[in-house]
Design a protein around this ligand. Structure first.
Ligand code: SF4
Length: 353
């Protein structure tokens, strides 16, 4: 079971950079610096909220900026606050997000001392040109170096990847995905690049020097990456930005493939691919498909059908399938019991080639 996360957003505190895509105030909706007292109030309040089960672990998360870029004494104050809750057993872990180049040995030793168990690194891309165009101010190698240091300190490490940045094409995204597999973080989050108001990217966009991905292009890139990471056994714990009223305020999103159901669309695309592969292979071997029956988990139905039944319609049209029947059955999520005329198959969207 995933832990119950108590997020403390620290937008831009500690970050002297202005990456072209970033406006942390827009993403978090918070403009005032977080104080330790405010952090304590939020933790106490959220600890009183009902959780899925009493066994569900609780973690405090410092998100929204580059935590390890804060002055040392400020980091210590926040970490000491979190550690108090860990010591009393009210909280089981502490996590934070930061840049890859803000994780030297001394910094990691401090995190280890205060019991931080997970660090999420804003890697964004592992293509040097893309990083340079995004004005990240560090080399691609920084992510691997940080990952190795964290591993040596037994701190879990997640990568946050941003697809569709300026200068990124399929080849470049492929490189980022392959390099990520080689470095092997413990988990991954994938976000599409959105043009936010007040960013460098907005200026490029308004001058016509940057074209954000279309929604379907972003879904394809994310689905490709998810399929590869799944195959490599690296969990993808989130795809797409968290929807929020702050983000949706008029004028905050200028352009780009933002969709509240982005993650669902990616899962749906994976179903479309696995079904298309199966029907294509069957058709090549046995000819025309008269009837396709699909037994599925109850919760997969909307992803299999796709938006407005699009997946089913495309499949039917592409392979000229006479009839498609869907029914619920006790199969695991992601797995399909397919019957094409007299042939039976078990397929899973985790096993896309
Ligand atoms: S993405 Fe991270 S490093 Fe870049 S400006 Fe935003 S907070 Fe700073």
């Amino acid at each position: 079971m995933s832990p119950f996360i108590i997020p403390l957003f620290i937008p831009h505190q500690g970050c002297p950079h202005t990456c072209s895509f970033c406006n942390q105030r827009t993403l978090t909706g918070i403009t005032c610096p977080m104080s330790v007292a405010e952090g304590e109030r939020i933790i106490d309040e959220q600890l009183s909220w009902k959780r899925k089960t009493v066994e569900q672990a609780v973690e405090i998360a410092f998100y929204g900026g580059s935590f390890t870029g804060l002055p040392g004494e400020q980091q210590e104050k926040f970490l000491a606050l979190a550690a108090r809750y860990v010591t009393t057993g009210k909280v089981q872990g502490v996590r934070l997000s930061t840049r890859p180049d803000y994780l030297n040995d001394a910094v990691i030793e401090r995190l280890r001392r205060y019991g931080v168990n997970t660090v999420e690194i804003g890697v964004q891309s592992l293509d040097a040109t893309v990083l340079q165009l995004a004005q990240r101010g560090h080399a691609a190698e920084a992510a691997q170096e940080a990952r190795l240091r964290l591993r040596a300190s037994s701190i879990r490490c997640g990568f946050q990847l941003l697809l569709g940045l300026p200068g990124e094409d399929w080849k470049s995204w492929l490189k980022t995905v392959q390099e990520t597999c080689r470095i092997r973080p413990d988990f991954i989050r994938i976000y599409p690049t959105i043009v936010l108001a007040g960013t460098e990217l907005e200026k490029l966009y308004s001058k016509g020097e940057y074209r954000p991905l279309l929604l379907h292009e972003a879904v394809e890139r994310a689905a490709y990456a998810k399929a590869i990471f799944q195959r490599e056994g690296i969990p993808v714990i989130r795809i797409g930005l968290q929807d929020s009223s702050e983000l949706r305020q008029v004028g905050r999103i200028v352009a780009g493939p933002f969709h509240a159901a982005f993650g669902e669309m990616v899962e749906s695309h994976l179903f479309q691919q696995v079904l298309s592969d199966l029907c294509g292979q069957h058709e090549r071997q046995f000819g025309l498909i008269r009837c396709l029956e699909l037994g599925h988990h109850a919760k997969d139905v909307s992803q299999i059908r796709g938006n407005k039944n699009n997946n089913i319609q495309c499949l039917q049209k592409r392979y000229n399938i006479g009839k498609i029947i869907m029914y619920e059955t006790k199969t695991p999520k992601g797995q399909l019991l397919a019957k094409i005329d007299d042939w039976r198959y078990v397929i899973n969207k985790k096993n896309i080639k």
